[in-house]
Design a protein around this ligand. Structure first.
Ligand SMILES: [Zn+2]
Length: 119
């Protein structure tokens, strides 16, 4: 999570040297309109950067959390967790994803670690 957060903070800093020149060039415009145009340009660029930051397993494992699901191991109805993506592990296209309660998820996570998954 820390790697992802730091990448996100760096991404925000990168928007400054890209957006400031746009505002400089559009100095003659209404400031609100110029800011909207600068943000549109930023959105076109940073959509892809943000998508990488929030979906890359290289910055940390990706988990999905759902409330009120049946645990695949013990059958308990609880908040469910499932690992979606990590280094050496990809269940993004799993047709029948399995969620586990917190206790079973911790056990499963240890099993995955022993198998070499970086989670
Ligand atoms: Zn369980």
């Amino acid at each position: 999570m820390l790697k992802r957060y730091i990448a996100y903070l760096i991404r925000w800093q990168l928007s400054t040297p890209i957006l400031a020149p746009v505002l400089t060039v559009l100095f003659w415009m209404n400031k609100w309109v110029a800011a909207a145009i600068a943000n549109l340009i930023g959105g076109l660029i940073f959509f892809w950067v943000d998508r990488f930051i929030f979906s890359s397993e290289k910055l940390g494992p990706i988990w999905e959390v759902k409330d009120n699901v049946r645990c695949a191991d013990c059958g308990k109805i609880a908040r469910g967790y499932r690992l979606v993506k990590a280094v050496n592990y990809d269940r993004t296209k799993d047709p029948s994803p399995e969620f586990r309660c917190e206790k079973c998820s911790k056990r499963k996570t240890e099993e995955l670690r022993k198998r070499g998954v970086k989670v």
